[in-house]
Design a protein around this ligand. Structure first.
Ligand SMILES: Nc1ncnc2c1ncn2[C@@H]1O[C@H](COP(=O)(O)OP(=O)(O)O)[C@@H](O)[C@H]1O
Ligand SMILES: O=C(CO)[C@@H](O)[C@@H](O)COP(=O)(O)O
Length: 554
């Protein structure tokens, strides 16, 4: 049989990328990255409307551009015939949601609505629905809703219902005008296939849907707000299709536009971080995958369903069929380092990095590597974008302790790297305390490829070996694998994602091994991290929330 190919389209926070992969070998033939023209809209709308605190929106046209521009570009860069591309898979940040009209078009593209911020795509890191999230948690607790325990006991402002509730409360007219609220992932799948469906992955992790129990009762929604009584049949309606299935086939019009053949199989969409799980070959119980980029998502596979504090969700078959997929996460990781590089470094660092012809991150990494664990005298809490797991509180904020007049930028950078590693250890501890096994850790995403010091710190802080994905486009590779599964064996693909992972997944031969001397030091520092974590995180000291309230009242 001639070689067959699949396309993975990975929609990240800042950019979308398209990867063309050989289905038999997993070889990556070409990749094209398209930074979103409008990026993350967190200050003002294109029309000039000023946004409130913690808003994060996106422009839906930026997503379509990735398909229209990047798929033809990838195809032109290699000698692959469209008929040999058997499947397409999409992964997307989540919950990135949008209000659509009855023609399945985003409301924000309509002149009538475009000045209203609520008509736009709300990005996963839109955190302005915290009070709605708290309200949902309170109601679920009061009613003893069983679903709450699957989400670590607390509802995140990042998910679908808090975002819908915020729209309803702040802009009932947008709510009324909305035909359906859709995850961007599912909207793009619709754009490719013309079929309206929802992914079991986004529905399970972000919209409270459960394979056996379905959604929470209608009563729950109506008690939250009577206007939500029928939302499951109306604005949240549509068939839910399990991941690993085919969502449909490429339409004639879309095929023409992107230079592929109509009828090409399109997979049910998945959450971006989850696509990395099969892409590193993790398909078994006890395998933990950290997708480390702007944020970090921790995905753990297990055969049992249990309660885990602060977990973002557990969904049966949510990542790999036959297992329960647990997701936890840190809402900022790379974003914290980016903040420091952008706002925290003095001119002399820029000058020296220039002289040495290296980037600021590289300069800081090199200089921070000269320190031993504990030598900076600093300890930080990694809550620059709130705390996703295990505290689930977007109102928490960052902290650095131990500054002196001698503190240097590279020491602060190191403390920030360490803080994110402590945050990850806390998440692993939470899994272990719930009786789940963590046998093997994989790291993927942009960070492990770029920062060796960071990865060594993670190995030392967790006292575990860390394997790193070979592909720098891991989610896109995973999405392409789902594309190959959507096509099926008859067309040269695979019957299921486990078979696809056996043939297409890859990790680097070299991995990060803990250094005992560092492990001992970090064990001590971690105890102090936990003290700060519990003191500020569990409400004993609520100064972070008070400061935020004060700021928001200005
Ligand atoms: N050398 C580096 N060390 C640490 N962080 C870095 C480095 N280079 C870039 N970053 C951070 O990595 C993040 C981007 O990660 P990446 O995985 O490429 O993107 P995304 O999460 O959008 O998919 C940014 O927040 C950026 O600041
Ligand atoms: O929340 C999730 C997954 O549940 C992610 O989509 C979100 O953290 C964004 O991930 P990136 O950091 O852009 O890769």
């Amino acid at each position: 049989m001639t070689a067959k190919y699949a396309i993975g389209v990975d929609y990240g926070t800042q950019s979308g990328r398209v990867l063309l992969v050989n289905v038999q070998t997993g070889e990556e033939l070409a990749v094209c990255v398209n930074p979103y023209k409008s990026g993350v809209i967190d200050n003002v709308l294109p029309s000039g409307t000023v946004l409130g605190h913690d808003w994060a929106l996106q422009h839906p046209d930026d997503y379509l551009e990735v398909l229209y521009q990047m798929i033809p570009k990838v195809m032109q860069s290699v000698q692959v015939k469209p008929e040999d591309v058997i499947g397409i898979g999409i992964d997307f940040t989540s919950c990135t949601m949008m209000p659509l009209n009855e023609d399945m078009e985003p409301l924000c593209l309509d002149l009538k609505w475009r000045d209203n911020p609520h008509s736009w795509v709300k990005l996963w890191k839109h955190h302005a629905a915290q009070s709605e999230a708290d309200e949902i948690t309170e109601l679920a607790e009061k009613r003893g809703e069983a679903f709450l325990s699957r989400y670590g006991g607390k509802i995140s402002s990042e998910w679908m219902l808090p975002k819908i509730l915020q729209i309803l409360r702040e802009s009932p007219d947008v709510f009324e005008a909305t035909d359906v609220f859709f995850e961007a992932c599912d909207w793009l799948t619709y754009k490719l296939t013309g079929n309206i469906s929802r992914s079991s992955s986004t529905s399970g992790y972000k919209s409270f849907w459960h394979k056996e129990d379905g959604y929470p009762d209608k009563d729950f929604f109506s008690e939250l707000d009577p206007r939500l009584e029928n939302i499951l049949d109306t604005k949240m309606g549509g068939p839910i299709v399990p991941v690993g299935n085919r969502a449909g086939e490429l339409t004639e019009a879309m095929a023409k536009r992107i230079g592929l053949l109509p009828g090409t199989s399109v997979a049910v969409g998945i959450i971006d971080a989850h696509a990395s799980v099969p892409a590193v070959g993790a398909v078994r119980e006890g395998q933990l995958v950290m997708a480390m980029g702007t944020s970090t998502c921790h995905m753990l596979l297990s055969h049992k369903e249990t309660k885990v504090e602060g977990v973002c969700g557990v969904v049966e078959d949510g990542m790999i069929p036959g297992t329960f997929g647990y997701e936890a996460g840190q809402a900022a990781v790379g974003d914290i380092f980016a903040w420091f590089v952008e706002h925290g470094i003095p001119e002399y660092v820029k000058f020296q990095a220039d002289q040495e012809n290296v980037g600021i991150h590289e300069w800081l990494e090199k200089n921070a590597s000269a320190y031993k664990p504990g030598q900076t005298g600093l300890l930080a809490l990694d809550w620059w974008n709130g705390n996703r797991s295990v505290l689930v509180d977007a109102d928490l904020s960052g902290l650095i302790l131990g500054y002196t007049l001698a503190t240097k930028p590279e020491e602060i950078y190191r403390a920030l790297l360490e803080a994110t590693a402590f945050g990850t250890r806390k998440i692993i501890d939470s899994f272990l305390e719930s009786g789940l096994e963590v046998k093997e850790i994989f790291a993927c995403g942009g960070l492990p490829q770029r920062n060796r010091l960071l990865m060594q710190i993670y190995a030392d802080v967790t006292n575990r070996e860390i394997k790193v994905a070979e592909s720098s486009q891991d989610p896109a590779l995973g999405a392409a694998m789902f594309g190959a599964v959507a096509a099926g064996k008859d067309k040269g693909g695979y019957d299921n994602i486990i078979e696809a992972a056996e043939k297409m997944a890859r990790v680097k031969e070299e991995f990060f091994v803990p250094i005992q001397e560092h492990v001992d030091k970090y064990n001590k520092l971690y105890k102090h991290y936990l003290k700060l974590h519990d003191y500020f995180g569990y409400g004993e000291n609520d100064v972070m929330v008070e400061l935020k309230n004060l700021k928001n009242s200005m």
